[in-house]
Design a binder for this molecule. Structure first.
Ligand SMILES: O=C1O[C@H](COP(=O)(O)O)[C@@H](O)[C@H](O)[C@H]1O
Length: 205
């Protein structure tokens, strides 16, 4: 079980500073590092701030932790929006595909849906902590009305291999779901992940 630090009420600037600090620490011991980041609505204002940081972006690979199966120029594409913000500063943006071989991530940044999904590991997809596949194509059920598409997602083992994990979760309703998950009071995808991840977790919520 992970050790979870809760940081409540953090502004986007403070979250961007945390990410930059963790990446600088990883880059102090590795020439190149990889980070996986979420999609949805929460992370993009933080990416905008992060893009202004002094990080050596050409040494950083950025992988979406999940994506909607749409063209990259579609409004629902996570990789398209990540690329628009972070490629201009020099980051290497790596689209997530079904055949991708994900690297070891220095930092896995996750969001969470109100239904307890992380990445695109929705409850109906029954994500397993010992999934032998690093990436899966999945169909959420129900399909979220704001993004009614099939998905591609890192699996729990791909995320568990990361050095450390951070969540950014907005809203009291989601906080209740997260708190129940970390207390072992539900079996949602977020709870399965937390039960399997043995290292540092920081939750901005
Ligand atoms: O569909 C998705 O939703 C979750 C949560 O997104 P948010 O809008 O609440 O920030 C996100 O973590 C995931 O990557 C995304 O594809």
């Amino acid at each position: 079980m992970s050790q979870i630090e809760i940081i409540a009420g953090a502004e986007n600037g403070a979250i961007a500073a945390f990410v930059a600090e963790r990446l600088h620490a990883a880059l102090a011991v590795s020439a190149e590092v990889a980070i996986t980041v979420p999609g949805g609505s929460t992370p993009f204002p933080i990416f905008e701030i992060l893009a202004q940081s002094d990080l050596p972006w050409p040494r950083i690979s950025v992988w979406p932790g999940d994506d909607r199966i749409v063209a990259e120029d579609h409004a629902a594409s996570n990789v398209g929006k990540i690329r628009a913000l972070l490629e201009p500063v020099g980051a290497k943006i790596v689209p997530l595909t079904e055949t991708a071989r994900p690297p070891h991530f220095a930092l896995a940044w996750l969001g969470m849906g109100g239904d307890g999904h992380i990445a695109s590991l929705f409850p109906n997809t029954d994500p397993q902590v010992d999934d032998p596949s690093p990436v899966r194509r999945l169909t959420p059920d129900p399909l979220p009305p704001e993004a009614p598409f099939d998905r591609v997602s890192l699996t729990i083992p791909s995320l568990v291999a990361s050095d450390e994990v951070m969540f950014v979760i907005r809203g009291a309703d989601k906080r209740l779901v997260f708190d129940a998950a970390r207390a072992g009071e539900n079996d949602l995808p977020v709870a399965r992940f937390l039960s399997a991840f043995p290292r540092r977790v920081t939750c901005f919520c």
